[in-house]
Design a protein around this ligand. Structure first.
Ligand SMILES: O=C[C@H](O)COP(=O)(O)O
Length: 231
């Protein structure tokens, strides 16, 4: 299992890498759960770390053109993984249109880049597309990875909204469709046993490695501790 850690700046990115993160996921929590950071921040982090870089492009509504342009911006800035959140997207048709535009813009720039489509485990409280509907649409659109994260960062974890059976089903569907799966969303150390049983391809964290409050900085010893606990 790969450990994805989400820093907001160069300092946190270096700390994440030193702690043992496998993927450095640049984001901007001020703009939401999968808020986008500035191109120059992504570029400066790219120049300072050697691990693969990921960048979030936002918690999107149904704006396929805006999403495909933002995705290209992340790719040009140096992101290997381009992550989009389907926040205010309600149907498989809307999801397909947004995701296929992103895939086209990213993969025509560089076929080797990885597109990550994220649903939200708390989809019922934000009214977005249910997570279990995502894998087949993401596959059809040409994505590489499907993910769940929490849309509202109020400390409630993914495991409060989807149980082990549903998360197993999500990862199973991802694999059945030839996709990798990633789990995130206010994960706690107590959740790691269950995560190891589910065994996703990627686990994504921020708050946990900030010591519980995602507004505090990332601590390398917590990244190292988490890395030693996962499969
Ligand atoms: O991609 C992973 C997210 O940044 C998770 O953040 P969180 O652990 O604070 O919910």
């Amino acid at each position: 299992m790969k450990l994805l850690v989400s820093p907001i700046n160069v300092e946190e990115a270096i700390t994440s890498e030193m702690g043992g993160a496998d993927i450095i996921d640049v984001k901007n929590p001020k703009e939401g759960s999968l808020g986008a950071n500035f191109p120059w921040v992504i570029q400066s982090i790219k120049s300072k770390v050697s691990k693969p870089l990921s960048a979030t492009i936002g918690d999107f509504n149904y704006k396929p053109g805006t999403a495909s342009l933002a995705a290209l911006g992340a790719a040009v800035s140096g992101a290997q993984y381009i992550k989009v959140g389907l926040y205010d997207i309600h149907t498989e048709e809307e999801a397909f249109e947004v995701l296929s535009g992103i895939v086209k813009s990213v993969k025509s720039y560089d076929p080797g880049r990885i597109v990550v489509a994220s649903a939200y485990s708390d989809y019922s409280r934000i009214g977005s597309i249910p997570a279990l509907k995502l894998p087949p649409v993401a596959k059809k659109a040409g994505c590489d990875v499907v993910m769940v994260d929490t849309g509202i960062k109020d400390g409630k974890s993914t495991f409060e909204f989807m149980d082990e059976e549903e998360l197993n089903a999500f990862c199973g569907l991802a694999h059945k469709n030839g996709l990798k799966c990633a789990l995130a969303g206010s994960i706690k150390f107590d959740d790691i046993e269950m995560i190891n049983r589910i065994d996703p391809d990627i686990i994504g964290v921020r708050g946990l490695v900030c010591g519980g409050d995602r507004n505090d900085g990332i601590r390398s010893e917590l990244v190292t501790k988490l890395k030693s606990m996962i499969n």
